[in-house]
Write a new protein. Structure first.
Length: 433
């Protein structure tokens, strides 16, 4: 079945097989620009051919043009087939399968095609993919076509992966890692896409863990966590890195080992913070802190403090009034650019992240490069560990880079992860048949 083109009638019966020009309201109305659109091969209904033989197109300015996309293959266990690195391996079948993921950006979608004769010549089959915003019901369209040989594709590459895996760059931001503490970044910068200059505005990411087991209290930090890059996928829309983090514990307790995927897109990076317990601790407390170099004068906002707070380098009475209870999003803005953080836990997870906030230019930490936390903003995972029944748990820390800050932008930021865009596929008949 996988060796031939599958356009299954039962799947595509979910939508009417009609000409693309049948909808008189065929103008793109989706306004979301930060979102990737992720759809499985099974949902596309156009599978069974070599991945390289697919092309993706959008209708803009009365022209159908190729847009950036990638098809990330998965194996039968649902794990990504890594194209590079130690764990790189070919897929059992290099065809576009039901569980593979087609990925493109919402900002690249277009209008509905009014004239099917504009479709690329020589295509074997084509599916119209209608992208819908579940919040507003706004819609846009792209066209997935398959050919006998690889078609011409867009030359745009949104994410560059370089320096042996220690840096990532998009037109909106760049991220860098230090070999001495690679579990967390040592560089964040705004790039030209959001009006930035590429200057690093962070000292380092601090990961501090206190754990008590077998009557012994352990203190671990970002330099104790060893990161092994196992492999990656480097496509034009996203880079996916698969890695293993190993934290040595002590005699009698084996190392804590976790594996996770990290995703880099044009406007955000999606990191995993995974915790594994070889032995159930009697105490566990973790903090993850973005230690900024010098954000004096910047404004800080979060879901519990939406009116804002000015960074001045001094912990004073105004800082003491901040609500540190569990939060959903935060923003740190210099007025021209904005750095966002959101965190998400698995459904039903009892562990909550309170706000860590320290606006202190004189704070000292022997491991940091620049004195002070100006500010230090992050996640204080101090509640709910005693109610966690699983031996491991994975959280998602997501950082967005945008222009400026305005109240209400947090809705669009959170919706990227919380309310993903939906896709409906319609098979188009080859007009040459």
């Amino acid at each position: 079945m996988k060796k031939r083109l599958l356009i299954t009638v039962c799947l595509l019966a979910l939508v009417a097989v009609a000409p693309a020009g049948a909808d008189p309201q065929g103008t793109k109305t989706i306004a979301r620009v930060l979102d990737p659109v992720i759809v499985t091969g099974g949902a596309c209904g156009l599978t069974g051919q070599p991945v390289a033989h697919y092309g993706l197109y959008a209708f803009k300015d009365n022209q159908l043009r190729p847009i950036p996309f990638q098809i990330d293959e998965k194996n039968k266990d649902g794990q990504f087939v890594l194209a590079h690195g130690k764990k790189a391996a070919p897929d059992e079948d290099p065809a576009f399968d039901d569980n593979d993921e087609l990925v493109f950006m919402a900002m690249d979608t277009g209008d509905r095609l009014s004239d099917q004769t504009l479709l690329p010549s020589g295509f074997k089959a084509c599916a119209e993919l209608a992208v819908t915003d579940p919040v507003t019901q706004a819609t846009a369209w792209v066209y997935l076509a398959v050919f006998d040989s690889p078609p011409e594709k867009s030359s745009i590459d949104y994410v560059a992966y370089g320096d042996g895996g220690s840096s990532f760059r998009t037109r909106n931001y760049s991220v860098g890692f230090d070999d001495g503490h690679p579990v967390g970044a040592s560089k964040y910068a705004f790039e030209k896409g959001v009006g930035g200059d590429g200057d690093n505005f962070i000292d380092r990411i601090k990961v501090r863990v206190i754990m008590r087991a077998m009557g012994v209290t352990l203190h671990r930090n970002e330099e104790d966590i060893k990161v092994q890059a196992l492999g990656y996928i480097d496509g034009p829309v996203r880079v996916i890195v698969f890695s293993k983090n190993v934290t040595s514990l002590m005699l009698g307790i084996g190392a804590s080992t976790t594996t996770q995927y990290t995703y880099y897109y044009s406007s955000f990076a999606n990191f995993a913070f995974a915790v594994a317990f070889p032995l159930r601790p009697s105490l566990f407390h973790a903090t993850i802190i973005d230690d900024f170099k010098d954000a004096k004068g910047w404004g800080f906002y979060n879901s519990n403090n939406p009116d804002g707070h000015v960074i001045d380098g001094m912990m004073d009475a105004t800082d003491a009034k901040l609500d540190l209870s569990p939060w959903k999003w935060s923003a740190l803005s210099n007025g021209k650019q904005c750095f966002w953080s959101i965190w998400r836990a698995p459904a039903g997870c009892p562990v909550k992240a309170s706000l860590y906030f320290n606006d202190n230019a004189n704070a000292e930490d022997k491991m940091e490069d620049k004195k002070g936390e100006l500010p230090g903003i992050g996640f204080d995972f101090n509640k709910g560990w005693d109610q966690l029944n699983a031996d491991s748990v994975e959280f998602r820390l997501i950082h967005f880079y945008t222009q400026g800050y305005q109240k209400g932008m947090e809705t669009d930021i959170c919706n990227v992860y919380d309310v993903p865009l939906k896709v409906t596929a319609t098979a188009l008949k080859n007009v040459g048949e």
